[in-house]
Ligand binder design. Structure first.
Ligand code: ME8
Length: 659
């Protein structure tokens, strides 16, 4: 029988900065969904990639002093880049598209031309508002308090000759799609789209730019580049081979079964994308699912706000599977969720260390201790099952179906909650059956004990299968410990209680989910995050040069002299100031106060030869007089200010004038 196909995508990411845990969230969800579908026997195509054009990237590259292509290459392919991150997170995408790939660029040109030839793209003048960070055009009526409705930032006035897409022509069909079908999910997002964007009147969309060049050139009108969102959205089809020879499975996989996207890009996916597909006379994707954001301290985690969490740090500290699990278990997929390290640790400790870890380690340890690692034949059945046996068996047998319902409605958090109900029931079953008590009289209770342990292995096996899309490596280790071979790791066997061979070889292996000492881990994380933040700062920064010039005569009025430090002490009640007694060659001691205590200990400065400007008017600081100023050099290193007093050769006498 031909396998059912399933085509799922993530948004393609902007490689304008390194990705953070918010980006990881969507990709992990898509990966879990793709793995689930493969488990059920589907022929899955899972696409992700990078969206590499647009003004934002062009600007970033020019700031970084490289070409846009060099810039994106580094973020996509470089160390800790996009590809590295997906490898680390065990993402099983079947394909990866970069919108700078030649085949995509050529295909987008053909797509643009096709819509133009049809009359759905026409030339006009663009007058309106443009949000640079979002690369979005807005009409006056769409702005919120005069600002970008997506990110809340200032928008710019823009006017230029441009091509437009006849979005207005498709308004009714799109409205029908949103209101009368289950195309857009969760349902709560439909009203927002219809009321905020369609009902006020869908205006035609500006789909070309002339003010920058980093984009797909409009081949029939040099100087224009295709609007980055048109280029980006069609990735879902060019990556299958639409209008190119690189791939050949467009007819097989298109239309997509679902696009997973963050809520702020639902508008592009549920209004603009279907309208363009209608224009192209192509089938529409079956669903768009708009997930919520990971928030940090109540606000969206985003690089431009500087409040991002580094997935590398978390994966290294807690393990990839624990991190994947946390993201999917904790936050309902359609809603926003507040990320915190405390919550992450708590989830790992409660669900993984306590519930799942305990079930696995207690079960495997008892099979080892009481039966040498292999249960006796006949343990699958029991002449007189007890109510708790029946309940555990019934719950575990029904689990697959509840899980499937949740996964099919894009609710991975609900699917996991169902699995954990069974895990918790199994742990309770251990307490109810008290295997350690049964083991005291093996002659009478041996068969019962073997049956209890078999039931626990079965519950663990079924949960392991259903956890495998979320924690692929851990599930494999669980199977190895309970002796479940490939034939009983299948989707079919997840609904078949009693599939595990009675005499499977059980081994208590490593503790898969060790308990985390929260206080210690939080302190370590804080230190690691601070280090990472510091490492992300520029290595060296210098004050910009003063643009204003100073005339020579004015400069010559400054009297710089060589001075020798006779004495130096900290100024009482000041953390910064040191009091210097200086020989300036005049025969009378000079006192200068200088804020250098953070950099020098006073005793280390005695005897040093420094430079001071001596004709500044005296100033009082902390009640003491300061007659002049010591010269120093300053720069910033990884965000930290560094200061060096100017020290001269000791052979130069005090009082010598610098000129
Ligand atoms: O939007 N929580 O790219 P992108 C959850 N190139 N999801 C988050 C998040 C957070 N804090 N921050 C970002 C783009 N995301 C376009 C897509 S598709 C044809 C083009 C999600 O790198 C965000 O919601 O800015 C989006 O779905 C994805 O990361 C990529 O964001």
């Amino acid at each position: 029988m031909e396998k059912k196909k399933f085509y799922i995508t993530t948004p393609i990411y902007y490689p304008s900065d390194k990705l953070h845990i918010g980006h990881t969230y969507c990709t992990v969800a898509t990966d879990a969904m793709a793995r689930y579908k493969r488990l059920t026997g589907c022929d899955v195509m899972f696409l992700t990639g990078t969206d590499e054009h647009g003004q934002k990237i062009e600007d970033k590259a020019s700031k970084a002093g490289c070409t846009p292509k060099e810039f994106v290459d580094n973020i996509v392919e470089g160390e800790h880049g996009v590809l590295d991150l997906w490898k680390l997170m065990n993402i099983s995408n079947d394909r990866f598209i970069r919108t700078t790939d030649d085949y995509h660029v050529a295909a987008v040109q053909k797509i643009f031309k096709k819509m133009y030839d049809k009359g759905d793209i026409y030339k006009g003048t663009y007058k309106g508002k443009y949000c640079k960070p979002c690369e979005s055009f807005w009409t006056e009526s769409q702005l919120v308090d005069g600002k970008c409705p997506d990110c809340g930032r200032e928008v710019l006035d823009a006017e230029e000759e441009a091509y437009f897409f006849r979005l207005s022509k498709y308004a009714d069909r799109v409205q029908h799609l949103l209101e009368d079908t289950d195309f857009l999910q969760p349902r709560s997002r439909v009203n927002e789209m219809v009321n905020n964007f369609i009902k006020p009147g869908l205006e035609d969309l500006c789909v070309s730019r002339t003010s920058f060049s980093w984009g797909v050139p409009v081949d029939f009108d040099p100087g224009h580049v295709v609007y980055v969102w048109v280029d980006a959205l069609f990735n879902y089809t060019t990556a299958l081979g639409l209008f190119n020879d690189r791939y050949h499975d467009y007819d097989h996989y298109w239309p997509a079964d679902v696009h997973f996207v963050g809520k702020e890009i639902v508008r592009f996916h549920s209004i603009i994308w279907p309208a363009m597909l209608m224009s192209m006379e192509m089938p529409l994707p079956k669903h768009v699912f708009g997930h919520g954001w990971l928030l940090l301290d109540g606000g969206k985690m985003s690089k431009s706000k500087g409040n991002v969490v580094d997935p590398y740090i978390l994966a290294e500290k807690f393990g990839v599977d624990a991190l994947r699990f946390f993201l999917m278990r904790t936050f309902p997929f359609g809603s926003d969720g507040n990320f915190s390290n405390e919550l992450l640790i708590q989830t790992i400790n409660v669900d993984l260390a306590n519930d799942l870890g305990n079930l696995l380690s207690r079960t495997t340890a008892m099979v080892g201790k009481y039966f040498g690692g292999t249960l006796p034949e006949g343990c699958r059945t029991c002449a007189e099952p007890e109510p708790c046996d029946k309940e555990l068996c019934a719950m575990a047998s029904a689990l697959r179906s509840a899980y499937e319902t949740a996964m099919e409605s894009f609710a991975p958090h609900t699917a996991l909650a169902e699995v954990f109900k069974v895990i918790q029931r199994a742990n309770k079953y251990i307490d109810e059956t008290a295997p350690w008590a049964l083991a005291k009289d093996m002659e009478h209770n041996g068969a019962r004990l073997a049956h209890v342990l078999y039931n626990l292995l079965e519950a663990t096996r079924i949960c392991g299968i259903l956890l495998s899309p979320f924690m692929p490596d851990s599930a494999e280790k669980m199977f190895a410990q309970i002796g479940a071979d490939a034939s009983v790791q299948t989707w079919e066997s997840a609904a078949q209680w009693g599939s595990l061979t009675e005499t499977a070889v059980v081994t208590k292996g490593e503790n898969l989910f060790p308990r985390i000492d929260a206080e210690k881990a939080l302190a370590e994380l804080e230190a690691l995050e601070a280090e990472a933040r510091k490492a992300a700062l520029p290595a060296m920064e210098f004050e910009p040069f003063t643009p204003e010039s100073v005339d020579f005569d004015t400069f010559c009025k400054s009297d710089f002299r060589v001075v020798k430090v006779k004495a130096c002490e900290a100024v009482k009640k000041s953390t910064k100031l040191l009091k210097f007694t200086l020989d300036d060659g005049s025969g009378v001691d000079r006192q200068i106060l200088s804020g250098v205590h953070a950099y020098y200990e006073p005793e280390d400065l005695v005897g040093k030869t420094l430079v001071a400007i001596v004709n500044l008017p005296p100033r009082k600081m902390m009640g003491q007089e300061s007659c002049g100023m010591l010269l120093s050099a300053v720069h910033t290193e990884r965000g930290e200010e560094k200061l060096h007093l100017m020290m001269l050769d000791d052979a130069i006498p005090a009082g010598a004038k610098l000129c």
